[in-house]
Write a protein that binds this ligand. Sequence first.
Ligand code: FES
Length: 148
Amino acid sequence: MTNKEIIESYNRSKESLNPILDELQDINGFISKEDISKIANYLEITEKEIMIFLKYKKNIKLEKQGENIVIVCKGPNCLKKGSIEIIQEIEKNFDVKEGHTSKDGKLTLETKNCFKKCGFAPNVEINGKLYSNCTKENIVKILKNVIY
Ligand code: FES
């Protein structure tokens, strides 16, 4: 089934927006700009309405996710202990920007407000595993070990 066919298998009503987004996310791992446009046309709503809806729907990704998901904590304790420097180090070494995926598709860099492990700050989650007491010096080494 194409994405267009999936979209059009739903009733043409606003209530279909949520399940359409969920199904396309499940199948493709993200929702493309083209799909947002197709959904808007089919449901006769604006793309802006969809984007506003998406602000509250955190499971939906607007970009293809990398093979490895890296989430750096930007909560107050982690910030105090250097999480910004860790983010900058990852950006520099893996050619990726916060909130995006590297061009080679290897890594998506995200942030989070708190992992509730503040005593071990700064914390970085890599593919679901939490790494504590990270430093800008050791984060690249850790990532290279996990990724390559
Ligand atoms: S502030 Fe980073 S784990 Fe709580």
